[in-house]
Write a protein that binds this ligand. Structure first.
Ligand code: SAM
Length: 459
């Protein structure tokens, strides 16, 4: 569908580095769309393979082109129905537009990702950047994935759960709440709420919301968010700021403001000239008539080093678990290196090395989820939680039943299944070896434990 951009927007872009009105308008009017995904490195076996004709087959989706700035990104040859791909629900990949995957370069070029880090993704829903960050940091690094709008925080939780990592805490806080954490994070990512013009090609309905006045409001809100959160960045730490807006008030002018008012050093990145990304006013612009992706702006900053030692945390004792309880858990997950928490009846697993950090944060923030939900122990038996099935701490010893495509869709619709044979009790159902969730096989029936709120509702 051709997209007609507001004249005020086009006029306001005149003079910005890389803006070519004619080709920009033509691209929007062409109706051309780009589809891309990013694979989950923790679930990529049996999902991704290259073939001699240079195609990549990512969980049955075909790509003839990699996204050059991400190790995990692929352009798809066509847009499939993701809802009807079981491996989408298994968290084998995330559907994400290509330009925003440039976060990977920003992180790789400014941060040593080989050591333990504390990373805040401040405006994280629905989870594109957070799942990407989890693919890049070590398992003993901690991601705080925050979203201020409660309903969006729940969507974020679902997407994080699918990714399968235990080293993450999902919070539902206002940016100013992070002032409690002085000099705490090694990295803060602010993928700011913005006027959204960079996505008009795929979301033309949003065009009617656009106005110069809204751009100004967004710019002021971006400044407020950045001023609120910056004290939580360690000295020497890295701030990554991005928007999907073309307006310089939300992009280059924010870079200037950060440099001048918040006194933080702007970091330059090395960009392959073949990528056609435009360097502009201390940040990087993605124009959709130049790169295969949507409109995007990103800039990196480093806080000056000083002698501030950061936060020293008290030692925390893990919640007590009896030997019998640990034996129950051992049947379901690889318990080495994990600590367990009790939240009411729900048990959760977190990396042992993050116990002090997570306990410290849980006392200060509105936690939507932390680590991996395991389930409840009732009468010496675990009633396992959906998150455990999709996590990368699930034990290989847990019984599995492979489902064909039609059966997998039935399962994901939470319909009844008929699976003759196999052992009784809690079993993980898989598709192409990737866990989808739990069933409980009883002597006379099979109970489908796919979460009701996640089920496929379409026919
Ligand atoms: N980072 C996300 C991703 O990659 O999937 C996209 C984030 S989106 C561009 C901006 C987010 O900021 C939205 O989820 C929105 O709810 C949130 N937001 C809205 N108002 C905010 C505020 N005042 N402070 C912080 N975040 C806010």
């Amino acid at each position: 569908m051709p997209v007609h951009l507001p004249t005020d927007l086009l006029n306001s872009l005149e003079g910005i580095e890389g803006f070519d009105k004619e080709s920009f308008v033509k691209l929007h009017e062409s109706g051309e769309q780009v589809t891309s995904i990013r694979v989950n490195p923790f679930k990529s076996s049996n999902v991704r393979h290259e073939t001699p004709d240079t195609a990549s087959h990512v969980s049955g989706l075909t790509s003839h082109e990699k996204i050059p700035w991400s190790d995990y990104g692929y352009y798809l040859d066509s847009r499939p129905s993701f809802t009807f791909d079981p491996l989408f629900h298994a968290g084998c990949y995330y559907v994400q537009e290509a330009s925003s995957m440039f976060l990977e370069q920003a992180l790789k070029q400014t941060v040593d990702l080989s050591g333990p880090l504390k990373v805040l993704d401040l405006s994280a829903a629905p989870g594109g950047k957070s799942t990407h960050i989890l693919s890049l940091i070590t398992k003993d690094s901690l991601l705080v994935s925050n979203e201020v709008i409660r309903s969006r925080a729940n969507i974020l939780k679902d997407n994080i759960l699918k990714w399968g990592c235990a080293n993450v805490i999902v919070t539902n806080n206002d940016p100013k709440d992070f002032q409690k954490l002085e000099s705490y994070f090694d990295v803060i990512v602010v993928d700011a709420p913005c006027s959204g013009s960079g996505l008009f090609r795929r979301e033309p309905d949003a065009i009617k919301e656009w106005s110069e006045q809204n751009v100004m409001l967004c710019s002021q809100r971006q400044q407020r968010i950045l001023a609120d959160v910056l004290p939580a960045l360690k000295d020497g730490g890295v701030l990554i700021y991005s928007t999907c807006s073309y307006s310089s008030e939300e992009d280059e002018q924010i870079v200037d403001w950060l440099r001048d008012e918040l006194i933080i050093n702007n970091e330059q990145l090395i960009i392959d000239p073949g990528w056609n990304i435009v360097s502009s006013g201390g940040g990087y612009r993605f124009w959709p008539d130049k790169v295969k992706g949507e409109g995007f702006f990103i800039a990196c900053f480093r806080k000056e080093k000083s002698n501030n030692k950061g936060t020293i945390l008290p030692k925390v004792k893990p919640d007590k678990f009896s030997r019998q309880e640990l034996e129950v858990l051992r049947k379901y997950l690889e318990i080495d290196g994990l600590s367990f928490l009790r939240h009411g009846k729900m048990l959760r697993a977190i990396p042992e090395s993050l116990l002090a950090e997570i306990s410290f944060l849980a006392a200060k923030f509105r936690v939507v989820n932390c680590g991996t939900e395991i389930g409840e122990i009732i009468k010496d038996k675990l009633v396992p939680e959906h998150a455990l099935a999709l996590s990368n701490i699930l034990s290989d010893a847990v019984g599995r039943t492979e489902l064909g495509y039609e059966q997998a869709i039935q399962y994901l619709k939470k319909k009844e299944l008929e699976l003759p044979g196999g052992s009784m009790g809690w079993t993980v159902v898989t598709h192409k070896d990737h866990p989808l969730g739990w069933i409980n096989k009883l002597s006379n029936r099979i109970n489908n434990y796919y979460p009701k709120e996640l089920r496929i509702r379409k026919d």
